[in-house]
Design a protein around this ligand. Sequence first.
Ligand code: CTP
Length: 401
Amino acid sequence: MSKHILLIISGSIAAVKSLELIRLLKNKHYNVTCVLTKSGEQFVTPMALAALSGNKVYSDLFSLNDETEMGHIALSRAADLIVVAPASANIMAKMVAGIADDLATTLLLATNKPVVIAPAMNVKMWEHPATKRNVAQLKKDGIMIVEPAVGTLACGEEGQGRLAELNHILAIIEKEAAPYQPLKKLKALVTSGPTHEALDPVRYLTNRSSGKQGHAVAAALAHLGADVLLISGPTSEPDPIGVTVKKVLSAEDMLKTVMNALPVDVAVCAAAVSDWRADHIEPKKIKKEKSVLDMTFTFMQNPDILENVSKSERRPSLVIGFAAETENLTENARDKRKRKGCDWVVANLVAGGAVFGETENQVTLITEQGEETWPKLTKTQVAEKLVEKIVITLKAGGLTA
Ligand code: CTP
């Protein structure tokens, strides 16, 4: 069955190129329905788009006919993929803000389908801090951005801003419309963030983990089709798209939730679980009565979640842990891998508070076969590289197609 593309054309001189894009898509047997914004209409006519796509062209949010024939929700659901080409600075800003003041922006807000945008604008608009912020946010929101090309722009200026080559846009559309999902049908569990171990009703023991790395692993697994459960301690990271999130507080809560989630095919324990919990929780807030607090807490060791998962009867095929070390990175991590019974350890140096809350990470992957040190990468790239390895390993074990 041919895939259905909803092509939104916004106001930019590059809108004229959408006619050729439709032709290329039709050659590849896509069913294309066009949505034209008011400013897009200044550059191409609905008639031309209808003639090339062979489908009705939509532009008006409040057309009674369209709402009875096909409302905006149905229109966005009928598509396999939404493409905005060209995407003006204006429509990008509206997408970031969640503004829905015309048919195109309403569709973009209502959709549950992947969205690809190909921006085209003047170089100064592209380089403006506002546009940069918007591009970064759209990427975070899971929007695929086909960056504009560098060259002479319609206004005569030189720089980045030209609509990307149509064949390049087409290649990305083809990839997104039939996404590479080697982990489809597989279940994954990821732990992330710190834990909170209560001392009294308002105080707790915790650590500096931000949850960035664990959340990025969950997002990368979901992106390749896995059914992902993310069990996270308190973090300010947003829930990754397409991932089921369970929030927990203490190590004991996390252990219970993790063990209840088994069996899964792969488990990645990236949480910085507090090693200790207080032997008791003061029932009332400890008051600041004296200048010296002469109260004693004894700290008990928390259960090791990674070890429990690795040694469980319902052990996942692949169990991966992390190791935060301040010294002797590889020796300690190698020892941790053996002691806890997991397959791989992703080790990083955290001396001097490095890594926590940062966007970059430099890790060494320790497996039974040996170890490899990766260059400094963003945490998203570390997650993607790790998930690539997961795919290869599960494939070798016959778990994925
Ligand atoms: N881990 C866990 N449960 C714990 C402690 C750690 O699941 N109670 C997991 C972490 O999620 C990580 C790995 O074990 O995948 C290693 O965590 P790390 O803090 O580096 O090691 P610890 O076992 O706490 O050992 P140490 O603090 O002595 O280095």
